[in-house]
Design a protein around this ligand. Sequence first.
Ligand code: NAI
Length: 477
Amino acid sequence: TLPPSEYKVADMSLAEYGRKEMDIAEIEMPGLMACREEMGTKKPLTGAKVMGSLHMTIQTAVLIETLKELGADLRWCSCNIFSTQDHAAAAVVAEGTSVFAWKGESLEEYWWCTERALTWEDGSGPDIIVDDGGDATLLIHEGFKSEIAYEKDGTLPDPNSTDNAEFKIVLQTIRDGLSKNPKRWHNVVDKLVGVSEETTTGVHRLIERAREGSLLCPAINVNDCVTKSKFDNVYGCRHSLPDGIMRATDVMLAGKTIMICGYGDVGKGSAQAMKAAGARCLVAEIDPICALQATMEGFQVATLDDYVKEIDIIITTTGNKGIVTVDHMAKMKNNAIVGNIGHFDNEIDIAGLESYKGIKKIEVKPQVHRWVFPDGHGIIMLAEGRLLNLGCATGHPSFVMSCSFTNQTLAQVELWENRSSGKYENNVYILPKVLDEKVARLHLKHLNAKLTELSPEQAEYIGVKADGPFKPESYRY
Ligand code: NAI
């Protein structure tokens, strides 16, 4: 058992419940179980300290146990203040892995958890990171940058240098640490082998760092595995978006006018779910190709400004900021539901709501609030503008997460096995297509799907090997 200083979760008495749900999830996660079978005796992650910053759910617990079975020594935190499933966190701790996560963290607690998960008992940092959204990567990079400035002329990071409330906390965390150990993040970077990133927004952040030359370790972009973004982002959200809206509000979706902002992978799954529930679904897009795709699926493409007074529900899926402004919400129908399923909460102007003169915030239940404007009309905000499928429901189901997490597992093994091969520089990489096809293959049997095999003549005719890869890199699926 772990000493109390090496974990922090809501309630250890939930461990048994978590275990039971993990046992059920395992059956729905054939890719992860195949990894255990294939690599469980070889233990390719032996010696690797793996830190994860990724929604601490039941599915993630099965990922953690898989990485552990492959030999890793793990520490974990969630990448969102509302996404932890407390029974999952407790079950992982009960098996001896350090978790710092509970549902309903404050932002200060969130960054404390991230920092704790990055620090092993002996003070050392991780060898490899499983990141989702890039917050663990951000803390390390900001810490490293601050230490350079501090060493140069004693400059400490100044939390007042930013208006961003959350970034203030990051800077404060680094500032507090600097006085104790001015080389803390340098030591972490020195041994860091790499990071595998789960989501679109985290990948954007990595690519930006690589472009400006500030990326401090190799990174594998797991999101852009076909068996991740074309499954988790699409079909995962198709499942968990309506789940979140309904658990939060019990509202009838059929007949409602619903606007989905963004028609990328997440938007496509989201819009499809709303249409299937019988809603009249509108789509807002900036990209003409995605907008045209939406029209081909029968969605009206429109702007929020034109429809703000008509919509019953609005969901943001853009990974961009400033999509729903407080002025929009001031004009909405009484009890219009506002939610976001993109990675960060800046898609909706929560700060604008908070500072709106005369507004009242009423808690209906945790993660569901009614904001009442001075004119008496209200809007219902889900998960305080943070990803509502994980805040108001339990995120994606196990089967689709098995696809995502099998890619994560392969990425972790790839980074660790190549830690001194020189194969990866400080850049962003994707896994080879054969592995993507392998991940898909591992999930077919569970659904009773039988593949057709290419004959040698057919393979030659279309110019591929009989056992793949079956498509060129440029193919878009
Ligand atoms: P994507 O890049 O495929 O799609 C985003 C779409 O939003 C693009 O088509 C873009 O043109 C559009 N867009 C950008 N600015 C816009 C604006 N101002 N108005 C309207 N549309 C706009 O990205 P993807 O994979 O769909 O991910 C979207 C977000 O969801 C990211 O933050 C990602 O990290 C997150 N995500 C969340 C999941 C969840 O479970 N909640 C699962 C997977 C991804």
